[in-house]
Structure formats: C-alpha cells, structure tokens
Design a protein around this ligand. Structure first.
Ligand code: SAH
Length: 348
C-alpha cells in the first residue's frame, strides 16, 4: 500500500524518505511543498531529482479529504464545509471570520459517543477517530482553497478531542510546527465535555493550550440529564481538574455554558455556578442554544441571558455571550452533515 505523505511530523517523513535512500533535508522540502506552497502533485515538485519524483509516485500518495459542500452565512462571517474522507466518512469544519482574524473549528472524530442531548453530532454515535492529517486538512481546506489566513484553531467541531488524545496532540504539534502552520499554542483551544483523567494528562504536556470545558450546568443533577457522559465524572472532580490545569499551565480556563430555557438558565443557576467554581480564574462563554431541529430546546430571552451574565460578572468572572454565528447555515456541531444525509435519502 502507498504511504499517505499528508499529515505527518517531520521525523516521520524523514523516516519514510530514508526507505528510498533520500537524505533528511528532502523531508523539509517535501513539507514546504505540501504546507507552504500547496503543491499536491509529485511530478510538479521540481526541486527533487527525477528519480525521487518517480519513487514518490510509486510509493506514496497525497490523500486529502474532498470538499463536497460549502455554505456561507449571509453576513459572510461564517463559512462551513462538508468534507468527504477517503473511506467515505463525512465531517464538518467551520471558519469564523472575526475582526482579529479567522478561527477554524475542527472536528476530531466522525460522529461522537458522548450523547449530549442538545448536540446533533452524537445522534448516530461515534464512527471513528480522525487522524492528525484529517484534522490538518480541515484547516488547509480554508487556507488553500479559499486563501484564508488562519489565526486560531478551536477543537469544537464534532467529536470529543480527549477521547482521541494521541492524534489530537499530534495535530496540535503539526499546527505549531514552523514548517506547517506556525501557530502558537496559545491560539489553540481544546474543548472537552470533561474527561477528567485526560485533563490531568493534558496538563502534564506543559503546553499553553487554552482548555475549554463544556460545563453547561451548575450541579450534577442537571448536568447528568443533558450530558450523559458526565455521570462518570462528578462535577466537583471536574472543577478540581480545571483548578489543576490552571495551576500547572497558568492558562485561564474557559467554561462553555449553553443556555437552555427551563433547564439551566435561571438566575439561581448563575448564583449556584459561581459557588461551584469559587475563586478560580476563569472565563465564561455563554451560548444561547441554537439550531436544534431534533429536540425541543430553546434559548432564554435576550434579557434573561444578560441578567445571567451580569450575575457572573458581579462575582468577578469574565463573561462573553457567544454571537449566534452560523445558525442559519447549521453551524452547530453535526447539523450540516445531518441535513446533507437527509437530502441524499430523499433523493435516492
Ligand atoms: N466534545 C467537545 C467538543 C465538541 S462540542 C465538547 O463537548 O466540548 C463543542 C461545543 O459546542 C460544546 O460546548 C458543545 O456543548 C456545543 N454545542 C453542541 N451542540 C450545540 C447546540 N445545539 N447549540 C449550542 N452549542 C452546542
């Protein structure tokens, strides 16, 4: 079988080229072609001797996911792509265009096993983990096809990144690598539903990655109801892990909190939330729930959201309310894929 040269560390590429008897510096040149110059045809890599180009054509491929749908919000601020992987799996990736730059929201798994009841990605369960190259290709889909400079990366697409730990870490290293995207770890955010032991592992890596925790509730009763995977990790142990992450990395933790009317959006919940996290230096990202065509959940009113935010601020927390970017283009996890699959079934 041919080796896919896309999405490997420099050391891995060096090792592969050594099999053909080529010197190490050729690996860096190959990475330049792939990640800087967007050359995806061995025959066009004219810096290489003919024999090397022929050897590559015989032993290697450049296999990257193919873009099959593109959607743009009417204000142009959000672009979403549906990609088909080599095994036919479908994944989504989103680019959010902010004033300060572009942020790419990357999927880490095909589907998701976590079962959060508000999330479309998990409806069909988990199919498989994504490889580092498949995550990297999501970023390059924007960078190369649409000439979009990438400023930051958020692992908030489909999947639970801490359940695909090794591949996710390899991907983040690739993004950091000067021969690849050259992004600082500080511009990368990993969002997790709270796999407590893996948060401790991540802290040990010693990387200044921002940790975002999908908290979504001020207590175990509500959390277990909407986020079934949380039953294994009581909310107190999750907060302890967040405190540990902050102590070890010095990085302020972000708590994501989806606001769902009638479930977790009362002002008493905001007070309870402040008691729960205590003095921890943290940031709250409040997300009025969006686009849930599969479940009858609704966001609270704007005033209610503002009142909720004020309570957190009164307790010294920094708070942002996420703009509902991309709702009209099904930007919440897994929604474009579900829509596409429904269309396919209707037409077949
Ligand atoms: N598994 C990881 C990352 C993927 S989900 C995690 O749980 O954090 C990324 C974020 O999108 C999470 O905060 C998730 O709760 C949120 N999300 C999922 N469905 C949503 C919806 N319908 N409306 C708003 N946010 C949603």
């Amino acid at each position: 079988m041919k080796w896919n040269v896309w999405g490997h560390s420099l050391e891995e590429t060096e090792q592969f080229l050594q099999e053909g008897g080529f010197p190490r510096f050729r690996a860096k040149q190959l990475h330049d072609y792939l990640y800087k110059r967007f050359v995806y045809d061995f025959a066009a890599m004219t810096q290489f001797p003919t024999a090397m180009r022929e050897w590559l054509t015989k032993h290697a491929v450049i296999e990257k996911p193919e873009v099959i749908r593109k959607q743009q919000s009417s204000d142009g601020d959000t672009t979403k792509l549906l990609l088909r992987l080599s095994d036919g799996s479908l994944i989504e990736t989103v680019c959010m265009h902010h004033d300060y730059g572009n942020s790419i929201c990357v999927s880490t798994q095909v589907g998701c096993a976590m079962g959060c009841i508000f999330c479309a990605s998990t409806r069909q369960g988990m199919e498989r983990n994504l490889l580092p190259g498949e995550m990297l290709a999501q970023v390059y889909a924007f960078r190369m096809l649409y000439d979009i400079p990438v400023h930051s990366i958020v692992l908030m697409g489909s999947g639970e990144p801490l359940r695909n730990y090794d591949n996710v870490l390899k991907f983040l290293h690739l993004c950091h690598n000067a021969d690849c995207l050259n992004l600082s770890y500080r511009s990368m955010t990993l969002s997790t539903c709270g796999i407590v032991p893996a948060i401790y592992d991540l802290a040990k890596e010693g990387l200044p990655i921002t940790l975002a925790i999908s908290l979504h509730a001020p207590n175990d009763t509500i959390r277990n109801r909407i986020l079934p995977a949380s039953r294994r990790y009581p909310i107190g142990t999750l907060i302890d892990a967040a405190v540990h992450y902050f102590n070890v990395t010095g990085r302020r933790v972000t708590f994501e909190y989806i606001l769902i009317q009638g479930i977790n959006a009362e002002l008493a919940h905001a007070e309870e939330l402040c008691r729960l996290v205590g003095p921890l230096a943290c940031h709250f990202n409040l997300i009025p729930i969006n686009g849930t065509e599969h479940i009858q959940f609704y966001p609270p009113s704007r005033q209610q959201t503002e009142r909720f935010a004020k309570i957190l601020e009164k307790h010294g927390k920094s708070v942002t309310v996420r703009r509902q970017m991309g709702d009209e283009i099904q930007a919440a996890c897994g929604q474009l894929k579900r829509r596409y699959l429904n269309d396919q079934t209707k037409h077949s």
